[in-house]
Design a protein around this ligand. Structure first.
Ligand code: UDP
Length: 140
């Protein structure tokens, strides 16, 4: 077990339904500590850059449109095995396939509007954290 950091986004479907607190509570109950947080409205350029890995996928244009459809809350989470712990509490990409008790099963609307993003590796977490946060904005 190692203490590590991961990157999370509370997506526009969740901020629109005023679920920032509900999502954060589930993250905290999973052992994750919010060490940086800010509410932003992503630009199209930010969303396209952030999801650049998916740019050839059929859902890319819709996904970018969704991510800029309202405010999001970007967060840095810290904890034991934070990447895995966050992926576990998020649940499967498609909420229909997510385990009971996960954020996506309990709160998400659809495979696209699935309430949260979470880094899929420590390497990507470092890249994604640096995309949105300056080092001094993270207070552990
Ligand atoms: N997504 C989508 N349609 C799909 C697959 C993914 O709209 O068929 C969206 C969804 O919001 C997902 C994001 O694209 O969270 C990134 O997809 P990824 O496969 O990386 O899933 P995640 O790591 O978020 O579970």
């Amino acid at each position: 077990m190692t203490t590590e950091r991961t990157f999370s986004i509370i997506k526009p479907d969740a901020t629109r339904r005023n679920l920032t607190g509900a999502v954060t509570k589930m993250l905290e109950e999973a052992g994750l500590r919010v060490v940086a947080s800010k509410r932003i409205h992503m630009t199209r350029e930010q969303a396209e850059g952030f999801y650049g890995v998916h740019k050839e996928r059929p859902f890319f244009a819709d996904l970018v449109g969704f991510m800029i459809s309202g405010p999001v809350v970007v967060q840095v989470l810290e904890g034991e095995d934070a990447v895995a712990a966050n992926r576990k509490v998020m649940g499967a990409t498609n909420p229909a396939n997510a385990e009971p008790g996960t954020i996506r099963k309990e709160l998400a609307e659809s495979i696209e509007a699935n309430s949260v993003h979470g880094s899929d590796s420590a390497e990507n977490a470092a890249i994604e954290i640096a995309f949105f946060f300056q080092p001094e904005e993270i207070v552990g």
